[in-house]
Design a protein around this ligand. Structure first.
Ligand code: TYM
Length: 332
């Protein structure tokens, strides 16, 4: 039976790309009845320095975002990574399986480390081994993510295959990325060639789940576009990245398709379309943000959810780690 695993880093606020590209699809998979684990990857977050108080707050806020979006601790295992030490223990083994050359090719590392690689943390470099451990500690086979995580998931497969080969076993499954829908790569509102990101210095580049209605409307109004009206056919979006992005966002928010959005708005100007987009976003997101603030008033309850999830997660991961150690030859 398939098992689903995915994770999000608790850094800054959840943004619309995370919601449409990941969380919303986590909820769909949960509700399709498969076993689902959704993690808050706090150990990944500290590969770049985080203020400790901010990290704590962001961890609870992300948990609140999961719950407000419809993840249900009775249906999904919701937990934070640091509470399940098996992730780190397995990551060590994978650090010894993965090759320097593989990690050197990771574009996320190159982007995040920037020009001065000597100054990047070692954790940032070995980030993908920990990610492989997150997934394979549960023998998860389906991983819903946005487009930007594809390369990391290919590495996860390479690690599983090499482990199996090195030790002559058929133990770790080959993982499949699930990158589906119209919102696998939501772009910045200021620059159609950059993805929307929690860490973009410009807050105008993204919609945060914590933004109020006025802020959402303002950000869409000021979103960069070309001066032409929306095209009459989907092909007309091909070389118009900003227009395509807004159409895709509208489609994803409304559980519709880019085709249907073009059928409705083709030929209309952005001054018509943007307020409609803002209304739809407010309609869909404001219940989430008010539920998140309500949940944040009771951090003890959030912590209880995470603690319960971690216990269930460990029950799955511990025997898989033990078996891994035995395969490798550790006396356990
Ligand atoms: P993170 O925290 O950067 O992003 C969380 C999820 O949101 C997706 N995403 C987007 N999707 C569409 N458009 C965007 N602009 C956009 N920005 C982000 C990401 O693809 C991701 O699915 N390495 C991961 C976290 C992780 C993980 C894992 C994921 C750690 N262990 C195991 C899956 C399985 C990351 O940094 O995601």
């Amino acid at each position: 039976t398939p098992r689903v695993f995915s994770g999000i880093q608790p850094t800054n606020h959840l943004q619309l790309g995370n919601y449409l590209g990941a969380v919303k699809r986590f909820v769909d998979m949960q509700n399709s009845g498969i076993e689902t684990l959704y993690c808050i990857v706090d150990l990944h977050a500290i590969t770049v320095w985080q203020d400790p108080a901010d990290l704590t707050r962001a961890t609870r806020e992300l948990a609140a975002g999961y719950l407000a979006s419809g993840l249900d601790p009775a249906k999904s295992i919701l937990f934070n990574q640091a509470r399940v030490p098996e992730h780190v223990q397995l990551a060590w083994v994978f650090n010894c399986v993965a090759r320097m050359g593989w990690l050197n090719r990771m574009t996320q590392f190159k982007d995040k480390a920037g020009k001065n690689r000597e100054a990047a943390s070692v954790g940032l470099f070995t980030y993908p081994s920990l990610m492989a451990a997150d997934i394979l500690a549960y023998h998860a086979t389906k991983v819903p993510v946005g487009e930007d995580q594809k390369q990391h998931l290919e590495l996860t497969r390479d690690i599983a295959i090499k482990f199996n080969n090195d030790y002559g076993v058929d133990f770790f499954p080959v993982t499949e990325p699930v990158i589906e829908g119209v919102a696998t790569r939501v772009m910045s509102l200021r620059d159609g060639s950059k993805k929307m990101s929690k860490s973009d210095p410009s807050d105008m580049s993204r919609i945060n789940l914590t933004d109020d209605a006025d802020t959402i409307a303002k950000k869409f109004r000021k979103a960069k576009t070309d001066p032409e009206p929306l095209p009459e056919t989907l092909d007309g979006l091909a070389d118009r990245p900003e227009a395509r992005n807004l159409v895709n966002i509208y489609a994803a928010l409304g559980d519709s398709t880019a085709d249907a959005v073009i059928a409705e708005f083709g030929g209309r100007s952005f001054s018509d379309f943007k307020p409609r987009l803002a209304d739809l976003a407010v309609e869909k997101l404001s219940p989430l943000s008010s539920e998140m603030s309500r949940l944040m008033q009771d951090p003890a309850e959030i912590d209880r959810v995470l603690e319960g999830g971690a216990e269930r997660a460990r029950a799955i991961a511990a025997p898989i780690l033990k078996r891994t150690y035995e395969i490798v030859g550790m006396v356990t």
